[in-house]
Ligand binder design. Sequence first.
Ligand code: SAM
Ligand code: SF4
Length: 332
Amino acid sequence: MSASLTDGHGRTIRYLRLSVTDRCDLRCVYCMTDDTVFLPRHELLSFEELDRLSSAFVARGVDKIRITGGEPLLRKDILNLFRSLSRHVASGALRELTLTTNGSQLARFAPALVASGVRRINVSLDTLDPLRYAALTRHGDLAKTLAGISAAQAAGLKIKLNAVAMRGVTEHEIDDLIAFAHGRGMDLTLIETMPLGHLDVDRADQYLPLDELRRLIAQRWTLVDVDDRTGGPARYVRVGETGGRIGFIMPMSHSFCESCNRIRVSATGQLYTCLGEHGGTDLRQALRSSESDDSLDEAIDRAILRKPRGHDFEIRRHSEPALERPMSVLGG
Ligand code: SAM
Ligand code: SF4
């Protein structure tokens, strides 16, 4: 067995996105329905299993782990996981330990995250209007997320804001989001909505291609292409008036799969080597079948070799989602 993880297309896997829960305190309109049913808690990997699994990936060359969800900061023992994984940051094996959060719980967690070696985080924020925020998230309180962002910055965390582009929404929000993000030293990344999970609206009505949004932004701001490919899927521009950056993630209109170095594990231990993959590989079974990591390593190797070349998402009017699984299962 080779030490590093290389797939059948020659791509070396270095980035694990680990979902620790499918639960969330929000119900964003592009992510879930109001009556989304969550997994029974006993199906989730335990804290010890999450740590063992992460460590097995680190031993195979993964040097970046992003903790995600659902809302990862709602998981009861989440700080224990960060504290425990921080040993891989301290040893230099992990280049980055990070998380993606909606920010609602961030104010109370920020200092402890910093103490665990977290340096940069992503916070999801689609609007700065409190009423619109409540409508888009169905339950959310914008003030909590803004307080979370302030607390995280005060604790020394670098923040990137993520916003999902939505027709009829983002065209009106984008100027405020740019001014807010760049005014506070944060990059802003825009993401095209992906056809994952059933919604109670037609996703085709929500979908706003980023090419179109970029043209709109360019009418009001000076955009200069920059070659800051951070190894991720975003293409960046610098805004002349603010000096800050906007990233565009365009899974629908521009594929970026050829350089994909990431894999995802759900909170129940299913390994997905592509966001567009239907069935995962059951690592929970491999974890529980033996105290040695041999069968876990074999299951990981088999899955990585089958990593698809890419996804082929499409959004058509009145069509079924590409996958039944909402984004909250794998965390983006
Ligand atoms: N709850 C956390 C949050 O919102 O940041 C982490 C999990 S959330 C599923 C991760 C990211 O996926 C968020 O930035 C969210 O906006 C994005 N997302 C959710 N559903 C999406 C979809 N259908 N298409 C594109 N992005 C989506
Ligand atoms: Fe929750 Fe994140 Fe999905 Fe919004 S995008 S419902 S915050 S998991």
